[in-house]
Design a protein around this ligand. Structure first.
Ligand code: COS
Length: 389
């Protein structure tokens, strides 16, 4: 695969190559079967843990390779080339860990991060509810102060890694009268009395990932499991999403690259009218547009991840751009790649229809692309206001 040179350092090349080898040798051969059976890739994740992939973007003092969102994006991109569902299960564990990384106390970090960095446990992030998707501030799950802790009641929906994860970061209302400012973040461990799992969703794509309801019924959580201060849960959730969205961008880039590579290979070998279809300008131009869009998306995702790693204080806008742009590219590229495969592309024996199904969710989850545009527009308005002052 030829790529623009992104000046990766030695560690980054090593991690990318490790993830690439794992993705192509171990994940790719299983992708169709995991999709067909809607099976969670437990064994693959265990082997990823053995290869230290869960240590990526975790602090060194807790067994990680250092906090680098850029490296996480490289791994997610490579896994997505092979199977976006497997990549989702992997990336969602980092998403679930992010509230602890962002706002956890040293004690909470000591308790949870070593297990997560070693891949002995995986994490999940629970914000969305049946009536609170884009409008995340209107969640109803309640965390009521009682004795030395809180009692959780409510249901979370569409939680990636739900049922499979051991560690859950959950956003719940401690003071519903305050709206978004009345939310708080908690860590809840699997097995806590009063915490159970509802229905496992049947999805259109990323079917190798588990998506499940979380049910809290009089679930007591010790106060040591409150992340940050009471009332900061919504902000922690938004900061988590700001950091995680470039990862969705990386997923979109990886899966789009996977679709392009397969389409080029197909177009170079498939003959019609006595010649490989790649020699027809109609196909060549489609491939050229696909390759260019992917490179533009990759450049944006990488530069936003680098910007965050470099310590930028404000990056909601750029993070939303990376997620939105790359996922829109992925949808277009997979649609065109399927078109190049023609009738074969529509058949489930070929990988195109799966990649197109997998691409769709990247425009929806971690904030729909309409919400990303809102975030970007609001920031533009804010910046214009600042310039006037
Ligand atoms: N970082 C820090 N603070 C943020 C923030 C961010 N990225 N986004 C919002 N806030 C703060 C606001 O500054 C505001 O604080 P004050 O109450 O002190 O003014 C508060 O949070 C509420 O923000 P806002 O008024 O913009 O919230 P809305 O109710 O309009 O909700 C959100 C808009 C942010 C929820 C919406 O744009 C969004 O992102 N929805 C998608 C949610 C999502 O991604 N869900 C996926 C679930 S996880 S897979």
């Amino acid at each position: 695969m030829f790529m623009v040179n992104y000046l990766l350092n030695e560690d980054e090349v090593m991690i990318r190559d490790l993830a690439r080898r794992f993705a192509r040798e171990r994940v790719a051969p299983l992708a169709a079967e995991l999709d067909e059976k809607e099976e969670f890739p437990r064994d693959l994740l265990k082997d990823m843990a053995k290869s230290d992939l869960f240590a990526v973007s975790m602090p060194e003092e807790y067994g990680g390779t250092g906090e680098s969102l850029f490296q996480l994006c490289l791994v997610v991109e490579e896994l997505s080339w092979a199977c976006p569902g497997v990549a989702t299960s992997y990336a969602a564990s980092w998403l679930g860990s992010a509230p602890i990384l962002i706002a956890g106390t040293p004690e909470q970090k000591r308790r949870f991060l070593p297990r997560l960095a070693a891949g002995e446990a995986i994490a999940a992030f629970a914000l969305t509810e049946a009536d609170a998707g884009s409008d995340a501030g209107s969640i109803k799950t309640r965390a009521e102060r009682r004795g030395e802790g809180y009692v959780l009641n409510g249901t979370k929906q569409w939680v990636t890694n739900g049922g499979e994860a051991q560690v859950y970061t959950v956003i719940a209302m401690t003071d519903p009268s305050k709206g978004a400012r009345g939310a708080s973040a908690f860590v809840v461990e699997k097995g806590t009395p009063g915490f159970s799992f509802g229905k496992k969703e049947k999805k259109m794509g990323i079917r190798a990932s588990a998506t499940c309801e979380l049910v809290f019924e009089e679930c007591f959580i010790p106060k040591e499991n409150l992340i940050g201060r009471e009332g900061t849960g919504f902000i922690i959730a938004m900061k988590t999403l700001d950091k995680a969205r470039p990862g969705v961008g990386a997923q979109a880039v990886g899966l789009a690259q996977g679709a392009l590579d397969r389409a080029v290979e197909y177009a170079a070998t498939r003959k019609q009218f006595g010649q490989p279809i790649i020699s027809f300008q109609a196909i060549g131009h489609m491939l050229a547009d696909m390759a260019t869009q992917i490179e533009a998306a990759r450049a944006l995702v990488y530069s936003v991840a680098r910007m965050i790693d470099a310590g930028a204080k404000e990056y909601s806008k750029e993070s939303a751009m990376a997620k939105m742009f790359a996922s829109d590219v992925a949808m277009r590229v997979t649609t065109d790649a399927l078109q190049i495969f023609g009738g074969y592309g529509y058949m489930r024996d070929y990988p195109m229809e799966k990649l197109m199904r997998d691409a769709k969710v990247t425009q929806i989850y971690e904030g729909t692309n309409q919400i990303q545009r809102n975030v970007i527009a609001q920031e533009l308005i804010r910046q214009a206001g600042r310039r006037k002052e």
